[in-house]
Write a protein that binds this ligand. Structure first.
Ligand code: PNW
Length: 460
């Protein structure tokens, strides 16, 4: 059965600056917290770093040509803040501006829409040292100033802006579990970092709306990540646990943006560990996203843990689970990716319907979805049938959600290239193109050719 997509559906692929660009200290770029984090022994698998990554910085012409061959309608990339503002604020680095100008111009010449993320985790190191990064009072204003530089230089051609990528990951993995930069371990700091990420988003959107949107006529929003949480049993307690888990995951960020405040369940359970918004901040937040950006990767069962807490789940997938009283598990029958994330396409459909209902049917863009697999290069080819199955399953489920009335408007594959997978280094391959270590050649995997057909037929 083929699943047809609406006309004008946006098919894209995504990357982020630190994961693909390389050129970490070239042409005036300042260091980011990920440049520093990678230097600390034991933080990244095999001591890998993003110093060279996919060398995208030097290969944008070839990479845009690759995207054109595939028929991509959109390319989502992020701007390295420290390439534009090497010290995080103050002096603008013209060579950084030139680089993104060139990328944007080449994309437009190839008929590919640029979707630009302002923050995909590579905070300028200067801001970590000087103003305590996402924990400091000044960060929201400093972020809005950086955003303004980007709107000023690129907004005449960029019509789709994403302020922050996955504030949940920054907060939980960067400040809770400490496995991502800046590597802090705490039960309280995630809530403060998250609060400042939300305020930064709201301030940047306010700058865009008051100074740029009328003339530039673009859209701006935030991208959050969320897994689906399926109740383990039919019991009321487990159903409530699954709902609670989703609220601690997605509603933590989406409620402030759509409703102006944190979910009640978080306020109740966290008390004064959860910062509060002023009336003015609530107004700035409410309605601050022109679209619902969603990154989705996996599904877990949720069960009530009020009387039976289990140990923290793998890789912090549950957030700070002691605050939620939720146990997470997977079904042994579910297939796993190389990240050990379960492949459950119906979970994606259910999540989309949950968003439709809770946030009043917003326009949704799936800004990331994909799977890491242990790809093998055989005679210069990667026959990644597992990845094709993964995409077939998820894209079909998304089509079903659309048929059921959910407003999904676009889909971006994570990722265009095998790249630097954060704490996992280069060991986890999400790309639809392999990158040969020595030559930096791009090799189209079977999934890239398969995706090209999906785009051509507008169907899966
Ligand atoms: C996202 N989790 O990260 C990021 O946006 C990408 O940069 C990354 O490469 C991709 O997904 C694959 O990991 C996540 O623990 C990292 O739930 C961790 C989680 C989710 C997303």
């Amino acid at each position: 059965m083929t699943q047809q997509f609406p006309a004008n559906f946006i098919w894209g692929s995504a990357t982020s600056a630190y994961q693909v660009e390389g050129a970490w200290n070239q042409d005036g770029k300042g260091p980011s917290i990920w440049d520093v984090f990678c230097l600390i022994p034991g933080k990244v698998q095999s001591g890998d770093t993003g110093e060279i990554a996919c060398d995208h910085y030097h290969r944008i012409s070839a990479d845009v040509a690759l995207m054109k061959t595939m028929g991509l309608k959109a390319y989502r990339f992020s701007i390295a803040w420290a390439r534009i503002l090497p010290a995080g604020r103050g002096v603008v680095n013209v060579q950084g501006i030139n680089f993104y100008n060139k990328l944007i111009d080449e994309l437009l010449a190839a008929g590919i829409e640029p979707w630009v993320t302002l923050y995909h985790w590579d905070l300028p190191a200067a801001l970590e040292f000087e103003i305590d990064g996402w924990l400091g009072n000044e960060i929201a204003t400093v972020f809005a100033e950086y955003a303004e530089v980007c709107f000023t230089h690129f907004g005449n051609r960029v019509k789709n802006w994403i302020t922050i990528n996955e504030a949940w990951v920054v907060a939980i993995l960067g400040y809770g579990h400490g496995v991502f930069a800046p590597g802090k371990k705490s039960n309280d700091l995630p809530y403060l970092a998250a609060h400042n990420l939300l305020l930064a988003h709201a301030q940047a959107v306010n700058v865009y709306r008051t100074k740029f949107q009328k003339q530039q006529k673009g859209f701006i929003g935030i991208t959050n990540n969320c897994d689906w949480r399926e109740p383990l049993t039919d019991s009321v307690a487990d159903k409530e646990a699954a709902q609670r888990a989703l609220e601690f995951f997605l509603a933590w960020f989406a409620d402030p943006v759509y409703k102006g405040d944190y979910p009640a369940v978080m306020k109740e359970r966290l008390g004064n560990r959860l910062p509060t918004f002023t009336q003015e901040q609530k107004m700035l937040l409410k309605g601050s996203s022109d679209f619902f950006g969603l990154n989705h990767y996996t599904t877990m069962y949720a069960s009530d843990a009020t009387n039976n807490k289990e140990l923290e789940s793998v890789y912090g997938n549950g957030g700070l689970s002691e605050d939620q009283d939720v146990n997470l598990s997977v079904d042994g029958a579910w297939k796993l990716t190389a990240m050990q994330w379960a492949i459950v396409p119906w979970g994606c459909k259910k999540l989309l319907q949950w968003i439709e209902e809770r946030y009043d049917n917003p326009n949704i863009f799936i800004t990331e979805n994909g799977g890491a697999f242990d790809d093998k290069l055989i005679d210069g080819q990667v026959n990644d049938v597992d990845r094709i199955d993964f995409f077939k399953g998820y894209i079909t489920a998304i089509g079903e959600a659309i048929d059921a009335g959910v407003n999904v408007k676009g889909y971006f594959i994570w990722s265009l290239l095998d790249n630097f997978e954060w704490a996992s280094g280069y060991s986890k391959k999400f790309g639809i193109h392999a990158v040969e270590k020595d030559s930096m050649n791009r090799i189209a995997k079977a999934s890239a050719l398969w995706y090209r057909d999906v785009i051509t037929n507008n169907a899966v």
